[in-house]
Design a protein around this ligand. Structure first.
Ligand code: GDP
Length: 197
């Protein structure tokens, strides 16, 4: 699935510039610095995503990457960056909501959560939006190498409990690390399963 080259399809700063719906789309979302670029690069085995996320102001767009014939990965702008003003946050929210509502070929949003920090208020806000829009999402914990086994188990149990009443949440939580590659094959398998559906 990820053997070929990834083509950059489009950067969409507004809804008018979204690429046509074609094949299966899978999106990646998370707070700035959650480890999204690193994980997507580990997933695809190449530097698919440029690390633009550390430059505020450059992050307010959706980036579409084509993988093979039928799969498009969507890099959603990182949220929660302190330096981004209220207006920018609103622009982010508007774009994301409009994208999520209208995207019939969006199979799932992988919601990246830093395993060291767990769910923050802003993550909960985003999950509320996904539940409301009935967009299927799955929690992917990042930086799993930074925690002990007992801490990982407690983190997963805590998030599982928080997800129980969320209608659009996929129940399985994936623990990953782009440092030691744990969970990356499982993430790849999840993507392959979505494409087979
Ligand atoms: P993004 O802003 O979400 O795209 O995050 P990046 O992929 O640029 O990573 C943000 C920071 O987290 C960088 O300093 C990375 O080195 C670090 N990081 C990313 N992935 C991992 C990981 O799996 N484990 C650890 N310990 N650190 C990571």
């Amino acid at each position: 699935l990820f053997a070929g080259a990834a083509d950059f399809v489009a950067a969409a700063p507004s809804l008018g510039t979204l690429p046509a719906m074609d094949g299966v789309e899978i999106a990646f979302a998370g707070r700035s610095n959650v480890g999204k670029s690193s994980l997507v690069n580990a997933l695809t085995g190449r530097n698919t995503l440029a690390r633009t996320s550390h430059t505020p102001g450059r992050t307010q767009q959706l980036n579409f990457f084509r993988i093979g014939e039928r799969l498009t990965l969507v890099d959603m702008p990182g949220y929660g960056y302190a330096a981004v003003g209220k207006e920018k946050v609103e622009a982010w929210t508007d774009l994301i909501h409009a994208y999520l509502k209208g995207r019939a070929n969006l199979a799932r949003v992988f919601m990246l959560i830093d395993s060291r920090h767990g769910l923050k208020g802003i993550d909960t806000d985003v999950l509320d939006g996904l539940d409301k829009a009935a967009v299927s999402y799955q929690i992917v914990l990042t930086k799993g190498d930074a925690l002990k086994k007992s801490e990982i188990d407690a983190r997963i149990a805590g998030i599982q409990a928080a997800l129980a009443r969320r209608p659009a949440a996929y129940p399985q939580i994936l623990l990953t690390s782009s440092r030691d590659d744990r969970g990356v094959p499982e993430l790849r398998a999840a993507v392959a399963r979505l494409m087979a559906e």
